[in-house]
Design a binder for this molecule. Structure first.
Ligand SMILES: C[S@@+](CC[C@H](N)C(=O)[O-])C[C@H]1O[C@@H](n2cnc3c(N)ncnc32)[C@H](O)[C@@H]1O
Length: 451
């Protein structure tokens, strides 16, 4: 059995789903961050569990031709990106391979997996940044968390969020310092500023800023707003959110608009959207347009189709397909998102889309007698509830398009659907989060009936 803190000469033979190199020491598997398949080097064993270990890459003796110098100075410690040392073409291949392997191993599904759809410029793409504030040696800091910790890196530059977002965060940090408003101290439960959230529109200039505080009030709020909005004319919405809970959940229950509206405007594939600060909205708008086009292609919609958009958020998929079908029903658990969806339907003169607040697994039962032709399903990382899948299997919906941000839960859900007479016909991975190992996948599924 290999020993902790010892050094070993190894060869990397595979990669984990989260981009770590896999090597073996006398058959014992060890995972090493920032090592690439095909490389040889020396590692220090940092952790040994019963079945596997973790190591740190100390020296590379044989470099992969796909290794790349990361462009970000924070990369070695930051938890934001984990594939920046990998050439972009290899990142895309890695995602295709991971998708196929996970579907095969966890879902027992062998299907056509297309090449990953990547970005021409895979940087500065995130339209939303959630930035924690803290203190280091008595000085306020703001940035991303270090990998696997709640220690904050004082951000100088970030290559996956727009430059203006970094500027706004730094600008606010300087104002807070000047006005003597302290950052939240997570271990003591004291201070004021917990997070700043910046959301940018892709098609409009709109930017919204949400300031989350531990205290019910944001001290000197008028001065802060006045300085922020006179410096950044694109800021059309400033929200104060109060979160006094000792929790990792960023937003507290109470929010107040301090300036402008509680939304930014955006457009996806020609449909207008209002996005309020609490609603889910895809973080990479450019890739979202391609992803939805692929989802619509997989649905093979006809004008008489009755469609469901389950886990619909602010109705982005439902409203994108409304013109191509007879009617569409959306369901989503967040009330504010459904009220955005209703307003978005109105603003786009769409009258054949109806939205309902509730849990998809409960609301779908109330629709089980409808003759549904197509189901779009886009759940959170944990995938679909068994009750939801059971109902759609009973309904025998002929065409399903499953959009997933977690291939492992997708594989589990597809395995169930396959056992219920569905065929997984094709899968396309999308790189929605370049420089990270997260994969988004669109799947084409058809009901073939039980054998
Ligand atoms: C991955 S997002 C997809 C949103 C939307 N389709 C889009 O592309 O913007 C998943 C959505 O599911 C919602 N959600 C989570 N659990 C749910 C449940 N049990 N029933 C309905 N919606 C749920 C979340 O609030 C979130 O808006």
């Amino acid at each position: 059995m290999p020993e902790k803190n010892e050094f070993y000469e190894v060869e990397f033979i595979d990669m984990t789903h989260d981009g770590m190199g896999v090597c073996r020491i006398d058959g014992f598997p060890v995972f090493v961050p920032k090592a690439l398949k095909g490389e040889k080097g020396i590692i220090k064993l940092t952790k040994v569990n019963t079945n596997l270990g973790f190591g740190r890459l100390m020296e590379i003796q044989h470099k992969s031709p796909f290794r790349k110098e990361p462009i970000c100075d924070h990369y070695s410690e930051c938890g934001g990106c984990n594939l920046m040392h990998m050439d972009y073409s290899m990142q895309l291949d890695f995602m295709k391979y991971r998708t196929a392997e996970t579907l095969r191993k966890l879902g027992k599904i062998s299907t056509k997996v297309n090449d990953t759809v990547g970005m021409i410029n895979p940087y500065y793409y995130r339209n939303k940044a959630v930035i924690p504030f803290g203190e280091e040696n008595g000085k306020m800091i703001a940035g991303l968390y270090k990998s696997r910790s709640h220690d904050i890196i004082d951000m100088k530059k970030c290559y996956i969020i727009p430059k203006i977002t970094t500027d706004i965060v730094k600008f606010l940090k300087n104002i807070f310092i000047e006005l003597n408003i302290p950052a939240y101290n997570e271990s003591l439960g004291t201070g004021v500023i917990r997070h700043v959230i910046v959301r940018n529109s892709y098609k409009f200039d709109d930017i919204s800023v949400t300031i989350v505080t531990l205290t019910p009030k944001l001290p000197k709020k008028d001065l802060i707003i006045q300085r922020l909005v006179s410096r950044y004319k694109r800021v059309v919405s400033v929200i104060h959110n109060h979160n006094s809970e000792n929790t990792n959940i960023v937003l507290g229950k109470k929010s107040k608009v301090l300036f402008g509206d509680d939304f930014i405007r955006d457009e996806i594939n020609g449909v207008l959207f209002k996005v309020s600060h609490r609603s889910f909205y895809q973080v990479n708008p450019q890739q979202t347009e391609s992803l939805y086009k692929k989802a619509i292609e997989y649905a093979e919609l006809t004008p008489n189709d009755i469609v469901i958009d389950a886990y619909c958020g602010i109705g982005t998929i439902a409203l994108s397909v409304a013109k191509d079908c007879k009617s569409v029903l959306g369901v989503e658990v967040v009330k504010q998102a459904i009220s955005d969806a209703d307003e978005n339907a109105l603003a786009n003169n769409i009258t054949n889309a109806k939205f309902k607040v509730g849990k998809a697994e409960e609301v779908i039962k109330t629709w089980s007698n409808y003759d549904i032709d197509v189901l779009f399903v886009d759940p959170p990382r944990k995938g679909c509830e068994p009750a939801f899948l059971e109902t759609i299997a009973e309904m025998k919906i002929p065409r399903i398009v499953y959009i997933s941000c977690n291939v492992a839960t997708l594989a589990r859900d597809l395995n169930y659907l396959q056992s219920q007479g569905y065929e997984v016909q094709e899968v396309t991975p999308f790189d929605m989060f370049p420089q990270t190992s997260h994969i988004e996948v669109v799947t084409k599924i058809r009901y073939k009936g039980q054998e």
